[in-house]
Design a protein around this ligand. Sequence first.
Ligand SMILES: CSCC[C@H](NC=O)C(=O)N[C@@H](Cc1ccccc1)C(=O)O
Length: 718
Amino acid sequence: MKKVAEVVELYRKLARIPQPSWARISKSLGSCAVVNSVWTYRDLERADKVQFAKTYCANKTSEAKYEVTFTSRPQELANEQWNVESPSGNLRAIVRKITGKKNEEKQFVEIWNGSQKLQNIDVLSLEKHGKIYDNDGYFGSVEWSHSEGHLLYVAELKYPKAISFFEKKHADVKEDETKKDETKEKGVKGEEYVMKEEWGEGMVGKHHPVICILDVDTGDIRILDNVPDHVSPGHVVWAPDDSGVVFTGWCHEPYRLGVIYCINRQSAVYYLDFQKATCEALTDPDGAARCPVFSPDDSSFVFLQSNRKGPHNHCSCLCKYDWQKKESTVVCDIVGTPKQNGFPGVYEVTIPRDCWSTDNKRIVIGSLWRSQAVILVINTETKAVIRLPSDCGGDISVCHVWNDVIIATCSAPNQPHYLVIGQLPAEGQEFNIQWSPLDSPSALFGDILWKILVHRPTKERIHPKYDTLDYESVFIKPSNAEQSSRSLVVFPHGGPHSVFTTEFMLYAALFCQSGFSVLMVNYRGSVGFGNDSVFSLLGNVGDQDVKDVQAAAEEVISKEDIDPNKVVIWGGSHGGFLTAHLIGQYPSFYKAAVCRNPVINIASMSGSTDICDWNFTECGLEFEYKSLADGNSMSIMWSKSPLQYVDKIQTPVMLMIGLDDRRVPPKQSYELYKALKARKVPVRYIAYPDNGHPIVKVDSEADAFINIYKWFTDYLPQ
Ligand SMILES: CSCC[C@H](NC=O)C(=O)N[C@@H](Cc1ccccc1)C(=O)O
């Protein structure tokens, strides 16, 4: 087993490995494909995630392969929140965040042509709106009009100035409601401390988004004010002929529930028509539709439709809206249980911009296919679905599609991420795509082996309704026995409706290079295996998921060279919930445990999480906005919570929380901490400031890993 000091140096080395955050083909068509990319790496010395840009030129060779003829040197990027090329490729819009002289946050909207900055607008000083939203995958949007004369973006509503009842300067401002509008420019009394609902975890400061339109010639900004009062707009795009805007509207009445990781929120696709000054829902206002993406000829757009209410994440339906006929059709329906290893359905929160082929028939999107991230080519007319081959056998995710050229990022548990380029073959030939790496990828970790394990529930664990369900794990181990400590980290994911795929993950690679094998379990309830798997877990959390993980662990120990006395476990959020359950239900099996922001007591959490619907749904209870966690509900929630087993726990537990977590309140961990302290079970509680639900601040993430490694090795037999 490596010493802690050695693992610190290993962490320093692997943390520097960059990962592509985005990559797009420049639309300025020339002789070669120009690919602009932005990469991110963890800068431990600066305790910050640092971004740099890289540009590639690639020429297509005869057999549809590409030869890279130029690669720029990495250019560090500063403060770019958005960088969006215009349809012709002649202009570029950049939203830049700057700290002002008085340490205030400023945002500049910059318009560039090929050689200079044409506009440099200090937008917040104009007091037209609040902060421009970043690219959060839900509300944030920056889009050029087809004419390239306007830029649309989403920002926070500008609230009237809040003034105190006791402020003398504005003594003339009346509290009278009828006067409110006239006094708005002076301010409104008594509003200083009124709570503004937020959209929960990961959406701090985002209360009420508004759609803004900048005239790039004059610099004038107007706010679209006929968005329905009950919806918050996002995924905003221009309608054909710039006749208006089309967007996802999330209903925020009667109150906002957390939206990140949740595709079950009430939302519809709306069209705001400039000429008619109307805003109408194009999809069912009571549904959960999102993310309209128009075809190149603007004849239609595709969008995703999910189950409103129910599990926070699940299979989505891919639909197409015909702009002329004003009607929607289903292209890929929700899949309950796929045939054998067949198409399991579409699992994506958003559809990438520019996902269409030039023939206006096919789209290229990312999705999940059991334990792998994949790229699908879907023919929106024939409804044929083709899974593209990965380049390295691991994950492949689409970055950009333009002019039938695809940019994708590939990785595997032993292969850091790298970019590839490929020409989309003709209809029906998609599987023959040829990928060409844009960069020589970071070295393959030859000392890490990985495979996907398939698990079938034993007879007594078969789900009564979904009796054909199986599940998987991604298993990684050191390639040579000398390096292996024969120790195993069991690692259940969170969600519970998420999934471990075969991508490169820093922590997993570090554990493996430090001598551990790692078992990442995609228990029933994970996404990517069909909706029946997701729904099989509802009402069975704390039992079916726990037994699936334990069975997978015992199977691997019996089949691999693992010492059963050297098994530890760790997980985050629902993964932390499972960790706490497993050490309670199998008290002598795990030598040490770590929980990151774990759900410990569903009952006590129901009033403080940003997604209180999760507590009801996962416990098999109906949820309505007016639902109360009454005695009966609390009793059911308690019966599925790991805290009930605390008297059985012997395993030393380390708890790690993000103090700003809005998803799982830090007090959840404190409940377990106190209970274990009172029972003299070794327990350690680490609290990271400025971290939310995922503990990903660079210094916190680094400290967390070394603490986890030390906690495990302190309790493992040497
Ligand atoms: C009331 S919090 C329930 C646990 C939480 N579920 C949803 O947010 C959770 O396990 N979070 C995951 C993050 C995640 C959730 C869904 C899809 C992908 C990731 C976690 O932190 O690991």
